[in-house]
Design a protein. Sequence first.
Length: 128
Amino acid sequence: MTARRTVKLTANFERNLEEVQAFLLQAKSPQAYDALLDELTQAVIPNLERFPGMGRSFLDRPARSVEVGNGITRLTKQLNAITPGSELREYVMAHYLLLYAHIKGTVYLLSIRHQRQLSFDLASHWPA
């Protein structure tokens, strides 16, 4: 039997949920927010309680620039200063990307974004 971890929402994650809700309201899809909350409570959080390492490692991404390499080094040092072996991971959902940290048996939900929130709005840069 796998020991259950505690899953905690950070203040940033809660702000992100509010931003997702506003985004979905603007897209005239308020039912999608209810579906997200259902998915978080019925699938994502229970999965992370049992299998906190299921998401892909955020820090194992290839560094394609000096700045990214330096950022990864800095984040790794900061996580190890908290507790050696701490992890920063991504949970890819059907329509969302969730960032979380696994530290000392606790999973901290750090950030969530709808996949359409991750794109650039280039159309707004050109005159109509």
